[in-house]
Write a protein that binds this ligand. Structure first.
Ligand SMILES: [Fe+2]
Ligand SMILES: [Fe+2]
Length: 145
C-alpha cells in the first residue's frame, strides 16, 4: 500500500484532500486484486466500479488544479496541464485493457500499474509540479483553498 501520510503535503488543503483520495482509491483496487488472486470473478465488477471512481476522482482532481492555476495565472500552467493530460491518457488505456478482458494477465498488469506506475507518477508529480503550483497560488492569495 502507498501511504498518503508519508507523502509531502502541499500548501493548499484542497490539493492534499484530492491526493489522499487518489491513494485511497488505488489502495482499494489493490485490496480487491489481492482477493481476486483466489477467484477473479468474485471481484471483477467491484474492480470495474473502483476504476471508474479512480478515473472520475482523477479527472475532478486535475480539473480543480487547472481551474485554480488559470484563476491565479500560475506561469507554468500549460506544462502542468500537459502532465495531467498525458497521465490521464495512460490511465484510460490501463482501465480499458482490464475492463475489456477481465482475465488473469490483465489483472497482473493492472496490479503492476496500481502498485508501481500510478503511485510513482503521483508522488513525483506532487513533490514537483503540485508543490510549486500550490506554493505559488498560496502566496498569491489562495491560502484558504
Ligand atoms: Fe495534484
Ligand atoms: Fe497536478
Amino acid at each position: 500500500m502507498t501511504d498518503f501520510d508519508c507523502t509531502p503535503q502541499v500548501d493548499l488543503e484542497f490539493m492534499n484532500a484530492e491526493h489522499r483520495k487518489a491513494f485511497d482509491d488505488a489502495n482499494q483496487i489493490k485490496r480487491l486484486l489481492e482477493i481476486g488472486k483466489t477467484d477473479l470473478s468474485l471481484v471483477e465488477k467491484r474492480i470495474d466500479r473502483c476504476l471508474d471512481k479512480l478515473l472520475a476522482d482523477t479527472e475532478n482532481h486535475f480539473y480543480l488544479e487547472e481551474k485554480y492555476m488559470e484563476q491565479y495565472q500560475f506561469p507554468a500552467r500549460e506544462k502542468h496541464r500537459l502532465e495531467h493530460h498525458q497521465f490521464l491518457r495512460a490511465m484510460n488505456i490501463e482501465c480499458r485493457l482490464w475492463q475489456s478482458t477481465h482475465n488473469l494477465a490483465a489483472a497482473e498488469r493492472l496490479e503492476r500499474y496500481i502498485d508501481k506506475d500510478f503511485p510513482q507518477w503521483l508522488v513525483n508529480h506532487i513533490v514537483t509540479m503540485d508543490t510549486v503550483t500550490a506554493t505559488y497560488i498560496a502566496r498569491h492569495g489562495g491560502s484558504a483553498l
